[in-house]
Design a protein around this ligand. Structure first.
Ligand SMILES: [Zn+2]
Length: 274
């Protein structure tokens, strides 16, 4: 199987990943055997908990209470659909997210005050290699290809780029919020550090945080590195632009590490500003 054939099948509460990517992480023997035989591993999105493996016909539970776990049937349907329509990617519905945001005290006023919009999650993401922490990096297909090309081109110029993170789910971001609220932090305190769930470019599968070995992740000091200088000059050739330069209109702090892929402009159109 070619690496780019590996994909993540997405559904509301559960994501299905190729089991082969996860084998080294399985601890228990029975689970390791199940992973070795399974094509897919089902993971709860809010906390990353492994729920079950799936071999195309049968589920093997990796947790207690699988029968009570919401979203398993939807996840199986998502696997079947993503395999049947290779390359075709839709978006998951936003219904439910707004309700959960309201229950956290985040209403439409947040979007209005920041000029940000809710970003739906793709139904399918492609494996784009591993990030700095040896976690699979997931991006939409064109961004995954562009990232691999750009990383190779940088290396040919003597510059090492690594991925800090790519796609992140609504549930992952909601989980961070709910855990911090449970510890007594206010929504305002959390928003000072974390993006509001649903509004991050990372949900859409086109944005990624880029770093270079030896540098801390997501720090402004990244702008002083040869990697950043290379990106400033070359990333546009691969379709990546910096989303949050200094004094951006969204009021988001300067993020020299955050780059987003955008489709090339039609021939003859003036290039988008970077
Ligand atoms: Zn980012």
């Amino acid at each position: 199987m070619h690496a780019l054939d590996w994909h993540l099948a997405n559904s509301t509460h559960v994501e299905a990943l190729p089991a082969r990517l996860l084998r080294p992480r399985a601890r228990a023997n029975a689970d390791a055997r199940a992973l070795a035989q399974a094509a897919w591993c089902l993971r709860r999105k809010s906390d990353g908990r492994f729920l079950a493996t799936y071999d195309g016909r049968r589920l093997h539970a990796l947790c207690h209470g699988l029968a009570r776990e919401p979203g398993i049937g939807e996840a199986i349907a998502a696997i079947e659909a993503s395999c049947a329509t290779a390359g075709a990617t839709g978006s998951l519905p936003l219904a439910g997210l707004e309700e959960r945001l309201a229950s956290l005290g985040l209403d439409a006023a947040y979007g209005k005050s920041t000029g940000l919009v809710l970003v739906p999650e793709p139904s399918r993401l492609e494996f784009a290699g591993y990030d700095r922490y040896r976690r699979p990096l997931w991006l939409l297909e064109p961004a995954a290809r562009a990232w691999r090309r750009m990383q190779r081109a940088a290396l040919a110029d003597g510059v090492a780029l690594d991925a800090i993170s790519g796609y992140r789910s609504h549930d992952y971001q909601l989980g961070i919020f709910e855990r911090k609220l449970a510890r007594g932090q206010t929504v305002q305190q959390i928003l000072a550090v974390n993006a509001a769930p649903g509004y991050s470019e990372h949900h859409g599968g086109l944005a990624m945080d880029i770093g270079t070995p030896g540098e801390p992740p997501a720090e402004e000091s990244f702008e002083t590195t040869p990697a950043f200088a290379w990106l400033r000059g070359q990333a546009g050739r691969f379709g990546f632009r910096m989303s949050y330069p200094r004094d951006n209109p969204h009021g988001i702090s300067y993020e020299p590490w955050h780059w987003c892929w955008q489709p090339p402009a039609p021939a003859g159109a003036s290039p988008a500003s970077v």
